[in-house]
Design a protein around this ligand. Structure first.
Ligand code: NAP
Length: 251
């Protein structure tokens, strides 16, 4: 029988949770793909590969060469290019595709969010007057803030940003979530933060900063999610396992 392989597009806790679940199902041949952005990625307990595919064409070739029978796209909600490429490659080959992600955060009572479409709009929303800005946008988005050098930034990221990407006034914290609510409040108070800029990543690992901002009465400039191709989307691991079972992807 031809082997059937699932390709998981990862870089998230959802992809890791799926990899852990599949490690207990040795009859399912699954490979987790990482972009290779972080220096010391957490590796999954199943087969993995690292690096881009080479656009849609490269991904189509990979899917054919490896007899991939389905893609579970568990990339980050802001990894729009990868999701678009996966949608196009799957459509070309008729390969089933499922998006496994987390719901977006929603503003509640007491939140003061300023919603913006992208990083450039977030820089504009900071305004002219110097502010102390807590940035949790990922180091690859940092260069955009160089055009607003009047602000003093506190940036938290997994890996250090390149020196050339940094605005002049920058304090750096290197850390990987999850983060705790009380610690987030203490951090913001200690650094006299007066505005937070973040992406609407969703999920519980990094939402403590939002509760802390609410408690401290601080505004949050929230970068909305990019537009994604039409997809079947699930938020629970059980639904992913159902998809794998009902599509007879497993032998
Ligand atoms: N964007 C974020 O805020 C964020 C946050 C946390 C984690 N991540 C993770 O970091 C990775 C990169 O994010 P991004 O925003 O730079 O992605 P992106 O802009 O959507 O993708 C850019 C290119 O990176 C490659 N790529 C992305 N994800 C890949 C994967 N899982 N496996 C192999 N290649 C991948 C692809 O290269 P080719 O065209 O050469 O195939 C893709 O075209 C993703 O895996 C994502 O899940 C992103």
């Amino acid at each position: 029988m031809t082997s059937k392989r699932i390709l998981i597009l990862g870089g998230t806790s959802e992809a890791m949770a799926l990899a852990r679940a599949l490690s207990a199902r040795p009859e399912i041949d699954a490979v987790l793909s990482l972009a290779g952005r972080t220096g010391h990625p957490v590796l999954p307990p199943i087969a993995h590969r690292i690096g881009g595919f080479g656009g849609v064409e490269g991904l189509v070739a990979y899917l054919k060469d490896n007899a991939v029978s389905a893609i579970i796209d568990a990339t980050h909600p802001f990894a729009a290019q990868m999701t678009r490429n996966a949608a196009q490659a799957c459509e070309t080959l008729g390969v089933p595709r499922l998006v496994f992600t987390r719901p977006a955060w929603q503003a509640g009572d007491g939140d003061h969010w300023i919603n913006v479409a992208d990083t450039e709009a977030a820089v504009d929303a900071l305004g002219e007057a110097p502010r102390k800005v807590f940035l949790t946008v990922g180091r690859l988005s940092l260069p955009a803030f160089r055009r607003a050098p009047q602000h003093h930034y506190l940036m938290r990221s997994i890996d250090a940003p390149d020196l050339a990407d940094r605005p002049p006034k920058l304090d750096l914290i290197l850390a990987r979530g999850p983060f705790d609510g009380a610690a987030e409040r203490d951090l913001m108070k200690a650094h006299r933060v007066d505005v937070i800029v973040t992406k609407n990543s969703g999920g519980s690992a990094t939402d403590a900063k939002l509760a802390a901002a609410r408690d401290l009465g601080l505004p949050v400039i929230m970068i909305d999610r990019p537009i994604m191709p039409d997809s079947r989307i699930v938020y629970d691991l059980d639904n992913v396992m159902d998809f794998i079972n009902t599509h007879r992807i497993a032998p």
